[in-house]
Design a protein around this ligand. Structure first.
Ligand SMILES: CCCCCCCC/C=C\CCCCCCCC(=O)SCCNC(=O)CCNC(=O)[C@H](O)C(C)(C)COP(=O)(O)OP(=O)(O)OC[C@H]1O[C@@H](n2cnc3c(N)ncnc32)[C@H](O)[C@@H]1OP(=O)(O)O
Length: 231
């Protein structure tokens, strides 16, 4: 197997939509990492919700504990730097993503599934740590998740690019602690330009919709695909 084939095999977001049932199949692998990083991120997500969503009389002991934990992790961890990935979409790259990264406590995380028509869907609930207006999801968080969903819809359709233009229409407040559904699809491709669109519903209510233009970076195709994209 060539290096670029191997890199492509390891890429996430490459599940074949044709293999999906009408229930969809996960677009990204949802494996627990043997190291426990996924579990660590899950507990830190809990902490984010607790810290953002509560007031405490005295947290000095908790501060000490968390500081010791951070010192320990800093001492024993091996940093994963962008220049080490070699390519886009590897577990090391995607794990740190703020929308879908299983290693990133900032990510909800989105757990997208793909359907045979290459539509990508993600169901989730968002808590207080994502709040904008009282009881509602922050508009910037909605934009982040739309950007990711559009990117994933492009990945499912096997042509991807950098976000060049992202337009969001906020139609109705997006509620916290309510089942939300994102759906995204690639609409068309012309040369290096890719258009995709998405919706966000809470039940039957359309909360927001998005349209994005993505531009395929030079050097992402074929044999050059595993070349890192310089930002
Ligand atoms: C990419 C490979 C991925 C592989 C992954 C596989 C696995 C997937 C797994 C997981 C998916 C993860 C998904 C992540 C999602 C997150 C996405 C982001 O957050 S991206 C960061 C934010 N975006 C930027 O930082 C861009 C900054 N801008 C640029 O770098 C450039 O401006 C760029 C690349 C967008 C275009 O630059 P130029 O030099 O390559 O190309 P020019 O010639 O300027 O434009 C090409 C065509 O596009 C139009 N164009 C460019 N920008 C436009 C704009 N803003 N509005 C309208 N048209 C625009 C131009 O008019 C031109 O059109 P004419 O060919 O003449 O018809």
């Amino acid at each position: 197997m060539t290096a670029s084939n191997e890199a492509e095999q390891n890429q996430v977001g490459t599940a074949d939509p044709a293999a999906a049932s009408s229930e969809g199949i996960p677009l990204l692998p949802q494996d627990e990492t043997p190291s426990g990083s996924t579990e660590l991120a899950r507990e830190l997500r809990r902490l984010r919700g607790l810290v953002a969503g509560s007031v405490y009389e005295d947290v000095h002991d908790a501060v000490r504990t968390v500081r010791e934990l951070a010192d320990h992790l800093e001492a024993v961890g091996k940093p994963v730097r962008p220049k080490d990935y070699g390519t886009w979409g590897t577990p090391e790259h995607i794990g740190a993503n703020p929308a879908i990264g299983q290693r990133n406590p900032v990510s909800p995380p989105l757990e997208p599934v793909v359907f045979p028509d290459a539509t990508v869907r993600a169901d989730l609930e968002l808590g207080i740590e994502y709040q904008g207006p009282p009881g509602c999801v922050h508009g910037g968080i909605v934009a982040l998740l739309f950007d990711e969903m559009l990117g994933l819809a492009n990945a499912a359709s096997k042509s991807v690019g950098m976000t060049a233009d992202l337009r969001i229409t906020y139609s109705s407040p997006t509620p916290l602690y309510a089942p939300l559904r994102f759906e995204a699809r690639q609409d068309r491709v012309e040369g290096r330009k890719i258009w995709a669109s998405a919706t966000l519903h809470a039940g039957n209510t359309l909360c927001a919709s998005a349209e994005g233009l993505f531009v395929e970076p030079c050097g992402i195709r074929d044999h050059e695909r595993s070349r890192p994209i310089e930002g």
